[in-house]
Design a protein around this ligand. Structure first.
Ligand SMILES: [Zn+2]
Length: 279
């Protein structure tokens, strides 16, 4: 196999001749793996199935049937309600993030069909400011949920986030209540909401919509929690069990319904949606 030989380093071929960016070192198994193989496997490692971060647009491409996608509120951008300045002004930071990622904020929302079933879906993108939840993320998700309720469709949110966006202060925290209220009304309309947790899903996001799914699915070995282990340890003054903020630990303790590899996610979502949406 050519790829196998490339990976091992074929005889007569010097490693330095291989162009940059062809290979990627896997944080899961520490092996150097062929980047194209990783991409073909939906950004997972061919050796150990480590799940690399996945851009939101690629997730939508993978989950939503071709030609059925309509994006909502694509041009919504952040204001600077507090005039916040840390190492740089907040809006400069936002402009920088936009240029880096080509995104307007940390979530993409819209509607489309998943295996033929109409859904409202929001997908977070960690590359935009650590997937932090500010007013734009909260508002776009709330509108997506409200539209799904009105259209009598299931709602899905794929989360990845470090938590609330501190540069918007309490306005970021209010998004927790707003999104949760919209999900409450969605539930009152007897419509399902599926939450998909990916690495990492933390803090204010985990403490609101990410943990409110009728069904909660996580990708393997994702970091999921509220705050870091050191802060918890200092607060409760107890030793914490090994790996307590991983998908596997939370699944064993009943916080998750399912751990699902990225390759199987679309089929699992379709199976669950067909069951929940059956009249
Ligand atoms: Zn690996």
């Amino acid at each position: 196999m050519v790829l196998e030989r490339l990976r091992r380093g074929a005889p007569g071929r010097e490693a330095k001749k291989i162009p940059d960016g062809l290979w990627v070192k896997c944080p899961g198994c520490a092996k150097t793996v062929f980047k194209r193989l990783v991409e073909e496997r939906l950004d997972t490692c061919p050796e150990c199935n480590h799940h690399f971060p996945m851009p939101g647009s690629r997730r939508i491409q993978n989950l939503i049937d071709e030609g059925t996608w309509t994006e909502f509120d694509a041009d919504m951008t952040s204001g600077d309600p507090l005039g916040f300045v840390d190492s740089k002004p907040y809006l400069d930071r936002i402009v920088q993030q936009m240029a880096k990622t080509g995104l307007k904020d940390a979530v993409i929302c819209g509607t489309g069909k998943l295996a033929g079933l109409g859904v409202g879906i929001g997908v977070m993108d960690f590359s935009f400011n650590g997937g932090s939840m500010g007013s734009v993320v909260g508002e776009k998700l709330t509108r997506m949920i409200e539209r799904a309720t009105a259209a009598k469709q299931a709602a899905i949110i794929v989360s990845t986030s470090g938590g609330a966006r501190m540069q918007e202060g309490a306005l970021s925290l209010m998004q927790m209540a707003k999104t949760s209220a919209a999900l409450g009304r969605h539930a009152q309309a007897k419509l399902p909401y599926i939450s998909v947790l990916t690495n990492p899903t933390m803090a204010g996001v985990m403490a609101s919509y990410a943990s409110l799914g009728d069904v909660i699915i996580a990708e393997p070995k994702a970091l999921i929690g509220f705050t870091g282990p050191r802060v918890i340890k200092e607060t409760i003054k107890q030793e914490l069990p090994e790996g307590f903020q991983t998908s596997e630990f939370l699944f064993q303790h009943g916080q998750l319904d399912l751990i699902c590899t990225r390759q199987d996610l679309r089929a699992e979502l379709a199976r669950i949606l067909r069951y929940l949406m059956a009249r």
